[in-house]
Write a protein of this length. Sequence first.
Length: 248
Amino acid sequence: MDKLAVIAGASGEFGREITKKLVARGLKIVAVGRNLEELQKLGAEIGNIIPCKADLSKDSSIEIIKSACNAPVKIIVNSAGVPVAGGVMDADIAAMSEAVNIKVGGFLRMVRAVDSRLEKHSRLVAIGGHYGLEPTAYAATAGVGNAALINVSRQLSLAYGARGITSHIIAPGPADTPRLRNVAKARAERDGQTLEEVLEIMASESSLGAFTTPSQVAWAVSLLLDEEADAMTGSTIMLDSGRRKGLP
């Protein structure tokens, strides 16, 4: 029987690369998203995909995802993005609450949907981000949502440890995606700069002078399929290209 990977945000920049990588590792993908047409296109392109139309911000997604899973679940990945609403001084508070609902609530809804299908060495994975650990004044939703996500993942690692099931956060640095450009646009408007100037500055904040790529994120997700990854449960895997200033 094929084992499953359940991926939320599968048609997004990160989700698409993660889907490709996990299909190559022999998993069948339950691709979760709100746009069924996009999921069907992804299935036609990559193959071995079960499209699953569900809104992770709502509790109704639990039963929808559960009904789509007909085999053991090796890994779940919440790669759903959050709305970009500007900085902490002016971001809409409702948008910040929605970021937590999508990141944390969405992750927990996925976990509850697949609980009966999990087995030893199954992985609970969410894509967090650099701003959850290195806050800025211009990316409020990403900072708040990802910081809360790290805490919940640690709680899940404790709750599921006795079953040999592990929980992980992958925290990329900024990646050159449409979402990053929205963050950069907000920063440019705040600082009176052009978008291109801000992108150049953001790239220079990395010791490599580079953005993280979606394919690098997919690589990290695929590493977690190995049984040796048990030792990393509860941890946050940094893929920031050398941006983080704090220790550890």
